[in-house]
Design a protein around this ligand. Sequence first.
Ligand SMILES: Nc1ncnc2c1ncn2[C@@H]1O[C@H](COP(=O)(O)OP(=O)(O)O)[C@@H](O)[C@H]1O
Ligand SMILES: [Mg+2]
Length: 231
Amino acid sequence: MSSPVIRVVDLWKIYEDGTEGSTALRGTSMEITRGEVLALLGKSGSGKTTLLNLLAGLDRPSRGFIEVEGKNLQNLGDKGRTLLRRRRLGFIFQFFNLLPTLTAFENVYLALELAGKGTPAQVFAVLAEVGLKGKEKRYPHELSGGEQQRVAIARAIVKEPALILADEPTGNLDTATGMQILELLSSRCRESGMSLLMVTHTPMARRFADRVLHMVDGVIRPEADGEEPGP
Ligand SMILES: Nc1ncnc2c1ncn2[C@@H]1O[C@H](COP(=O)(O)OP(=O)(O)O)[C@@H](O)[C@H]1O
Ligand SMILES: [Mg+2]
């Protein structure tokens, strides 16, 4: 048995912003196994983005701990966490987060360079794979929303990370385009044995996942029997 890609134990996050503070995570635990495609559903404000920020090592938990590939994030130090993000994790966001002054090719190549590996040929190959052959030299503003998200997928998968974290990856796309993006992302992760955590409030993510979890008021629960199957 290989160790889980992610192990979260009794995670709490309290934002200290005033006298009361805001408790975003209240004792959540979970594991993601290698190659698993997971959908994390939950209403706006339930704590999904907070969890992703903690998994990425961008913020620190108030209590509890996170292991990424068996390493406790808090013990890695800033440098260790940065290297981990660049080499072992991929990110996909609602608003694509491409660098506007770089072409599609350059956006993807930069991620590969930061991961400390790769060749331009790999970038052309991965862009073709996500359906962007011939559009490598375009800037983000010369691409549709769906195409920009394909660049973001290429940027995430090109380094073959252990885990891809996707935060509302279809939130800014129409339904049909969103479905194509989830299909592409989930099938590509399965092909290469990358784990995928898709965070979303849209139930349609469910059909692309091996397992579905729900975030409710800062706690993760497995999907209960008889829960709405969604569209
Ligand atoms: N930087 C922050 N400072 C203070 N409160 C925050 C911060 N980020 C999120 N929150 C609060 O934590 C809760 C969870 O937010 P978030 O993780 O963004 O939820 P989701 O992604 O599920 O919509 C919300 O009540 C939100 O207002
Ligand atoms: Mg969010």
